[in-house]
Design a protein around this ligand. Structure first.
Ligand SMILES: [Zn+2]
Length: 401
């Protein structure tokens, strides 16, 4: 049968009968005497809306009937249908736009459409063109705009198979498998004649505009993404909003965004190099100061905390400390909070088991780590427990009775 969505694609509501209500895979569904809801197919997603006030979650063909998956069960009997028209009209703009795009790509440039996908933000077609140079691509977009301005009527009707086979110049990506009975044709006057079961605008003028976006190689052809109608306007508005923000952030007109950003990134890289160099110098100075401090104090265990530094800095301090004379074991910690990195480092004359001391430190700081020789490093949840850990390490080294 021909459903309402086919006979009257602009119909937004209807009174029908729920003739079957049930559950499939644990989800409630309804079959109706007629429907304004388009079932997913031909690259166009299923419609949304309500049946007797209950949300429609999906619409799929099931043999000759159409199955509406629902948020909850509805009772058999009369029911009012309401279509999510904004979503449907958007789909009609993208879908009818695709007909125009595919027809002109084939007739003007010889690029056949091999696939169509209507996405939530952008849609795409796959053309059997190895690549899409900028010139022809722009010419294609101009040709589409001209046909939108021409406000060409769009019409859909059904023919029998013998009639269909007698027709010349019908574009088709193939009929669905097992298709029997009548065949639905869609024509854009003077531009296209196609087999299609989808929903379409009444005129190309309703497409408003179609803009080609990115192209990428795909299965030997080229995938071209596009936006049409309200999506093109919304995308433009988003770009304007983003540009206004970037103008403020970069302090440059939009024509200079890329060069301004390139300059800023180069400055940032140079600043990062300087910071790395300065941190290395700072770590070496800190290590030298600690060596002198340990020698003066003569303590077997020392603690030092660097609130503004990180694990890399601790490593840079620990390396020269491990080569310096003396047997002091130093617990180094870094970071502003209770959690952070730690390093346990022993001087060159240390002859004990640093890994064993490292495990005591890790446990006392509620952390974990590893190492051998003269450096043991890790991460801990409680680096603020360093003074308690210092006592435990002193005991382990026999420094506390
Ligand atoms: Zn169509």
């Amino acid at each position: 049968m021909q459903f309402l969505y086919e006979r009257e694609p602009s119909r937004r509501e209807a009174e029908v009968e729920v003739i079957l209500a049930g559950e499939h895979d644990g989800r409630p569904f309804a079959v109706l005497s007629d429907t304004i809801f388009y079932p997913e197919g031909g690259g166009q997603p299923a419609d949304r809306g309500t049946i007797a006030g209950v949300a429609v979650l999906d619409v799929q063909r099931a043999g000759d009937s159409i199955r509406h998956t629902l948020e909850r069960t509805v009772a058999p009997g009369p029911a009012r249908l309401e279509l999510d028209w904004a979503r449907r009209f958007d789909h009609m703009q993208q879908h009818t736009g695709q007909h125009l795009l595919s027809a002109l790509a084939e007739d003007r440039f010889g690029w056949k459409t091999t696939a169509f996908h209507l996405g939530p933000n952008v849609s795409d077609v796959e053309l059997d063109a190895p690549r899409l140079p900028a010139g022809p691509r722009q010419a294609l977009e101009e040709a589409i705009a001209a046909e939108i301005r021409a406000a060409r009527p769009v019409r859909a009707w059904r023919v029998s198979r013998p009639e269909f086979e007698g027709l010349a110049g019908v574009r088709t990506r193939g009929l669905p498998e097992g298709h029997a009975g009548e065949i639905r044709l869609v024509a854009i006057e003077g531009v296209d004649l196609n087999t299609c079961g989808g929903t379409h605008l009444a005129s190309t003028a309703e497409i408003e505009a179609l803009h080609l976006l990115a192209t990428e190689p795909m299965r030997g052809g080229t995938r071209v993404s596009f936006v049409a109608g309200g999506r093109a306007r919304r995308r433009m508005a988003e770009h304007e909003e983003r540009n206004a923000r970037l103008r403020g952030l970069l302090g440059a007109p939009e024509q200079e965004f890329a060069t301004t950003l390139e300059d800023r990134l180069a400055q940032l890289q140079s600043a990062e190099r300087r910071v790395r160099h300065l941190e290395q110098e700072l770590a070496e100075a800190a290590a030298a100061a600690l060596v002198a401090q340990f020698a003066a104090a003569g303590e077997p265990v020392a603690v030092s905390h660097f609130a503004e530094r990180d694990a890399a800095f601790l490593g840079a301090v620990a390396r020269p400390l491990s080569r310096a004379p003396g047997a002091t074991v130093a617990l180094l910690t870094a970071g502003p909070g209770p959690a952070g990195p730690f390093v346990l480092v022993a001087g060159a004359d240390f002859a004990g088991d640093l890994a064993a001391l490292g495990r005591i430190a890790a446990e006392g700081l509620a952390g974990r780590g590893g190492g051998s020789g003269h450096i043991f490093q890790g991460k801990a949840e409680r680096i603020d427990a360093r003074d308690v850990v210092r006592l435990a390490l002193l005991r382990a080294r026999g420094g506390v009775p």
